[in-house]
Design a protein around this ligand. Structure first.
Ligand SMILES: Cc1cc2nc3c(=O)[nH]c(=O)nc-3n(C[C@H](O)[C@H](O)[C@H](O)COP(=O)(O)O)c2cc1C
Length: 361
């Protein structure tokens, strides 16, 4: 039976076997930015469980790009070597793997979540955080505004990390440009009060993201997909906040600069109205961006059943379905979904005896 959720998708030269994606999820288990056995099992088991694409947790392009001292990184060769067996294992299961690259900007330098996630000043092993403007993003400390030279260095850091992603063997790269982190700090006027070429107008506020996209595209193969995660809206009623129409406008630009997929999340400087956090609450963002620009989109946020996921693809609201917490509850969601939807489950050969063949007809 032709089940939309289990249909393949070709993005540049990358062929995904189905539309289910493991959404990026930070684990805070990587001193020195190094992944280890946890990541092999954590990411590997979702690949064994049948998703088409695994996206890694947010991975910093520089030490100052981290949110905590325990974030994964891709700023040195030791990190490349640590990632490689994880990447190879995921690929050996027939899944593809993208690295999510980021810089936390003014939301960086925090204690481990288990230690309270408070701002960690330099005297306690943290660092002075930099952002678009000198603003307090966590209400505990104020960042410094980046100089133009520092902005140029940042773009170069993204290009270097992208080169390392290729060298590691990743199939694709996703830029984390949402959730109030560095790129979002620039494109949203809620956090960007600059008056130079990186602030003020829409074109100026998106400049850093577009420059990073260009720098990355210049160093990765043409065949390699580039994804961007956006906060499609700020959860704010302020007029100068970021709205869905801004995202549509931004995506049209990103498309011209070689971005292939946008995954549509939201928020980062404020909290959504609790009443609005219902199943599928962010789907309209992916749907609108796809309808208006034609780019491939990924829907994410409170998608928990095979029926919901399949309907999203069948209706054309999105091209990919990203699951985060549901995959923590059930790493084999894709196998279960295939059984529930009467598709052939993407069963690893050693597990076949647990999944009897479908009765045809
Ligand atoms: C433990 C955890 C860590 C997360 N870390 C990241 C991250 O590194 N990068 C990111 O873009 N989103 C991150 N997210 C957000 C998820 O990718 C996803 O967008 C969000 O949880 C909503 O999807 P869900 O309802 O399927 O969980 C994280 C979410 C969780 C639960």
């Amino acid at each position: 039976m032709n089940v939309p959720l289990f249909s393949p998708l070709q993005i540049r030269s990358l062929l995904l076997k189905n539309r289910l994606v493991m959404s990026p999820m930070q684990q805070y288990l990587s001193p020195e930015g190094l992944v280890g056995a946890w990541h092999l099992v954590h990411l590997g088991s979702r690949a064994v469980g049948g998703v088409g694409l695994v996206i890694t947790e947010a991975t910093a392009v520089s030490p100052e790009g981290r949110n905590t001292l325990f974030d994964t990184g891709l700023w040195n060769e030791a990190q490349v070597a640590a990632w490689r067996p994880v990447v190879q294992f995921v690929q050996a299961q027939g899944a593809k793997i993208a690295v999510q690259l980021w810089h936390a900007g003014g939301k960086g330098s925090h204690a481990h979540p288990a230690a309270g996630f408070h701002y960690l000043p330099p005297a306690e092993g943290g660092w002075v955080t930099k952002s678009a403007s000198a603003v307090a993003l966590d209400k505990q400390h104020t960042s410094e505004a980046l100089t133009l030279t520092e902005i140029a260095d940042l773009v170069a850091d993204f290009a270097q990390a992208a080169k390392r992603a290729v060298q590691t063997g990743f199939d694709a790269i996703e830029l984390h440009a949402g959730h109030g982190y560095l790129f979002h700090q620039f494109y949203s006027a809620l956090a960007n009060h600059r008056t130079d070429a990186y602030g003020g107008s829409f074109e100026n506020r998106i400049r850093l993201l577009v420059e990073a996209v260009d720098a990355i595209r210049a160093v990765i193969p043409d065949a390699m997909p580039l994804l961007v995660r956006l906060s499609a809206v700020d959860f704010s009623d302020e007029e100068h906040a970021w709205h869905l129409a801004d995202s549509v406008r931004l995506v049209a630009v990103l498309q011209q600069h070689g971005v292939d997929v946008v995954t549509a999340s939201a928020g980062g400087f404020g909290m959504p109205d609790r009443a609005k956090v219902v199943p599928l609450y962010q789907v309209p963002y992916a749907e609108k961006i796809k309808a208006d620009t034609g780019i491939f989109t990924g829907a994410v946020g409170l998608i928990t059943t095979s029926e919901q996921a399949n309907a999203l693809i069948a209706s054309g609201q999105a091209d990919l379905v990203l699951l985060a917490r549901e995959l923590l509850r059930d790493p084999y969601f894709a196998l279960r979904a295939a059984t529930e939807l009467h598709a052939d489950p993407p069963v690893p050969v050693p597990y076949v005896r647990a999944f009897p063949p479908l009765t045809k007809g």
